[in-house]
Design a protein around this ligand. Sequence first.
Ligand code: ADP
Length: 304
Amino acid sequence: MSLSTPGSSTPASPQHNQQAPTAIAVSLQGVYKEYNNVPVVNNLSFEIQAGEMFGLLGPNGAGKSTTIRMLTTLTKLSQGTIHVAGHDVVCEPWQVRQRIGVVLQQLSVDNDLSVWENMEFHGRMHHIPKSRRQQEIDRWLEYVELADRRDDRVKTLSGGMKRRLQIARALLHQPDILFLDEPTVGLDPQTRRRLWEIIRDLNKQGMTMLLTTHYMDEVEYLCDRIGIMDAGRLIELGTLAEFRQKHGEGMVMQQQGDRWDYQFFPTLEAANAYLDQQLDKTGMMVRPSNLEDIFVELTGRNLD
Ligand code: ADP
């Protein structure tokens, strides 16, 4: 896959991996992960198409990080099969690692090294030849707007800058698929927005992406397709439009003391018609359904 930095007129440099991208970028079949005989990922099966932006949404403890760790060869599966970029994660972990970039929740950058040194270290680990390494480091630091901080120690950067550095580093060896585990957790709204723009831009250029999050707005804004996980299981899979069509596009809300009761209707018109029929409309309102409504409907609780 070839990516270009925004505003640059020069095409991206050729990639070391000349294999044509597979139509199915990620495939999980009957995947289980157990810790102490307790399944924390329970019979997970889904596919991600090349170029897709896929979001795995779920509360803390749902099994999202464990899933991303299995997909990126960092944790062994207990059962099932996973293919990433056409390679089996168990039998061909090295080939998988060559084709993927990973941004984990825990900051994995070295605080005592400079921005540049962090990038350089990663480039060497991936055996990127020196001439291309220098060029690519410049290019990606420019892309995430950290070029002017290249000689600063990482410990002097803000949380958002460190996250951008992680992304730049994950892109250095020109992967086909980028995995992002809770990419904006703990960041302020403005910094989150900036990261969203980077993530969106990379996807627009063709990068396949899987991100995990417990933020509804993040998947609503970024993702083509969503998998909702709860207690290790995939409880819903599809687009937001499909979810709304299935559960109802209109909501009638009714305030009962300090809580809201809700009822789904197939359409907003149907919800309005129901409200019109009520003699006493006190505390009632109609609105379109959203992802949060559907999550609550499926799990019986809110995400934090
Ligand atoms: P999420 O990313 O959705 O918050 P995780 O994948 O981190 O969920 O965790 C899912 C469950 O697996 C949690 O109950 C967690 O405590 C458990 N778990 C994760 N890693 C380990 C481990 N190394 N040993 C034992 N239990 C673990």
